[in-house]
Design a protein around this ligand. Structure first.
Ligand code: Y39
Ligand code: FE
Ligand code: FE
Ligand code: FE
Length: 232
């Protein structure tokens, strides 16, 4: 951690009402996200029987993450606003379920293993330097796991790149604008936690762009895909 980040952190009052109020929503989003990720990897395990064991392991990691973040809320004496969090994820949740019902593995992988994992990695990377000591240790361990989840999606989609390309384009077009909307809707709460929206967007674009590169997209495609819907 840099001195600047330490200085910033020392100014955050984790027990203030304004911090706890914002935390009740951000913490809930993270808990709900981990729960839905747990369920999504179980669904993916059913859709990809040859990867069943690994996907079940990923789903178990997600429920451990959920428990960790629930402890972070308890530690700050914050009750997570789960109703808010369910609404926050509703669109992506709906799209994942529609895709899984249609057997669209590529779309499900794009939503969970690329978009949601990159969103998580960006959020956790930006949160770690400004978190309380308890939450920082937990989040540092969680973010390592999220990179392995992202890697699972990258490897599978790379191996199936030619057959997946068109569906990835369409799924990106349908789901990436939802991410920008989600980010904007928590911008103010994130700011209270000293998490800057521009930093979140930047980190997301870096993770997502690298993922698309690893899968096999050209630089030109990456530029187009990763910013889709960002500016209207
Ligand atoms: O794969 C995972 O564990 C992902 C479910 C977790 C998503 C967490 C999403 C965090 C968004 C927080 C936004 C804060 C500004
Ligand atoms: Fe569900
Ligand atoms: Fe997780
Ligand atoms: Fe994950």
């Amino acid at each position: 951690m840099t001195m600047q980040q330490l200085a910033t952190q020392s100014e955050i009052d984790f027990s203030s009402e304004i911090y706890k109020d914002a935390y009740s929503r951000i913490n809930a989003i993270v808990i709900e996200g981990e729960q839905e990720a747990h369920e999504n990897y179980i669904t993916l395990a059913e859709m990809l029987p040859e990867e069943n064991e690994q996907l079940i392991r990923l789903s178990q990691m997600e429920s451990r993450h959920k428990k960790g973040f629930e402890a972070c809320g308890r530690n700050l004496q914050v009750a997570p606003d789960m109703k808010f969090a369910k609404k926050f994820f509703a669109d992506l949740h709906h799209n994942f379920h529609t895709a899984s019902a249609e057997g669209k593995i590529v779309t499900c992988l794009l939503i969970q293993s690329l978009i949601i994992e990159c969103f998580a990695i960006a959020a956790y990377n930006i949160y770690i330097p400004v978190a309380d000591n308890f939450a920082r240790k937990i989040t540092e361990n969680v973010v390592k796991d999220e990179y392995t989840h992202l890697n699972f999606g990258e490897v599978w989609l790379k191996e199936n790149f030619e057959d997946s390309k068109a569906e990835l384009e369409e799924a990106n077009r349908q789901n990436l604008p939802i991410v920008w909307k989600m980010l904007s809707s928590v911008e103010e709460d994130a700011a209270v936690l000293a998490m800057d929206k521009e930093a979140l967007v930047e980190d997301f674009m870096i993770q997502y762009g690298e993922a698309l590169n690893n899968i096999g997209f050209s630089t030109r495609d990456i530029m187009r895909l990763s910013a889709y819907g960002l500016r209207k």
